[in-house]
Design a binder for this molecule. Structure first.
Ligand code: NAD
Length: 315
């Protein structure tokens, strides 16, 4: 299959390189000039796993304006606040046969994709795969080959032939996909997961394992999960796990699966980039307000993350 990978950061590179290695034709599209320059200068991207086996993988990387292909699927891996800008610059190569796919964190991206793609061409999901961009042209696919997993669902909740082809390519690329028919519930379950773990680990600059081992972690997680689940109940969203299952998943991922990982929100904070908090805790709070529910703790955490961004900007 032919893919355009919009956003050649940590996740774009991981998905793109793995799809390329599984036999697909992948062209990366990016706008960050230091990344473009470095990849062109070194003839590809350096890939490592947990700091080991660093090697150069040749990739095609272009700007939105110089992309000339007609991909079957356009995959988006930008940060939420970058997406509108990328869509505008890439619009010249979109057409009504193409599918849009993404596993971005947070919520807010789907409405933006709907401005360019028909609902029956939008497939989105969630990725439980930790990846770190060490710098321009240098990425660490954390975990062994085959580590991590992902969920995918059609916006229409009706999988078609392309959904199954895409699923097969992700499977060949060892990304462990699960196909679901609960679009909003799948995405929101991950938003809730991130609203606890990403946000708290970022605020306290700690690895997931350290949070998981804190003796009050259960109480902190419970409060945020209860509020978020109350919001989703009012909004009529059926989440894919119960409150207790979500608490268990958080604990397991923190202490067992990714104890040494700093979440992607933390990576943004320490590089003085804006975080996605408005699309995670902020989204839960906004959804709550729509249904006359005050998700106080999510509002508080959103403001705390912005306070930390503000503080860093004034250092
Ligand atoms: P990223 O920041 O690595 O890359 C996104 C874009 O930002 C790319 O265009 C990249 O070139 C650019 N970029 C990277 N560093 C930059 C810098 N210092 N200055 C300016 N531009 C820069 O983002 P990502 O980690 O690939 O995340 C993409 C989406 O996937 C997000 O919604 C994220 O929350 C989600 N996600 C990330 C992970 C992870 O482990 N990284 C896991 C699951 C989901």
């Amino acid at each position: 299959m032919e893919f355009a990978m919009v956003g050649a950061g940590a996740m774009g590179l991981r998905y793109g390189v793995l799809l390329q290695e599984a036999g697909n034709d992948v062209t990366f599209v990016d706008t960050w000039q230091p990344n473009l320059d470095k990849v062109h200068q070194q003839g590809g991207v350096y890939v490592s796993r947990d700091g080991q086996d660093r090697h150069l993988v040749p990739v095609k990387l272009v700007t939105p304006e110089t992309y000339q292909g007609d991909p079957d699927v356009v995959i988006f891996f930008t940060k939420q606040m970058q997406l509108a800008g990328f869509l505008k610059r890439c619009a010249h190569f979109f057409n009504d046969k193409q599918y849009a796919f993404t596993c971005m964190n947070g919520m807010g991206h789907v409405e933006k994709l709907q401005q360019y793609f028909a609902d029956d061409k939008i497939i989105a999901g969630t990725a439980l795969i930790a990846t770190v961009l060490n710098g321009p042209g240098d990425v660490d696919f954390m975990g062994k080959r085959g580590a991590g997993k992902m969920n995918m669902a059609n916006l229409t909740e009706k999988p078609d032939e392309m959904t199954h082809r895409l699923f097969d390519e992700f499977k060949k690329a060892q990304m462990n996909p699960t196909l679901t028919t609960n679009f909003k519930g799948t995405l929101m379950t991950k938003v809730i997961f991130n609203s606890v773990m990403n946000t708290l680990c970022t605020l306290f600059e700690m690895q997931m394992g350290e949070y998981g081992n804190f003796d009050k972690a259960y109480d902190l997680s419970r409060q945020l999960i209860d509020e978020a689940y109350d919001v989703c109940e009012r909004a009529g969203i059926t989440l894919v796990s119960t409150r207790d299952e979500e608490l268990h998943a958080l604990d397991y991922n923190c202490r067992v699966t990714m104890p040494l990982h700093y979440p992607s929100m933390y990576q943004d904070m320490v590089h003085d980039r804006p975080t996605e908090v408005d699309y995670i805790n902020g989204y839960i709070a906004k959804l709550g307000a729509k249904y006359h529910y005050d998700a106080k703790t999510h509002v508080f955490l959103t403001n705390l993350v912005h306070l930390s961004e503000y503080h860093r900007a004034n250092l």
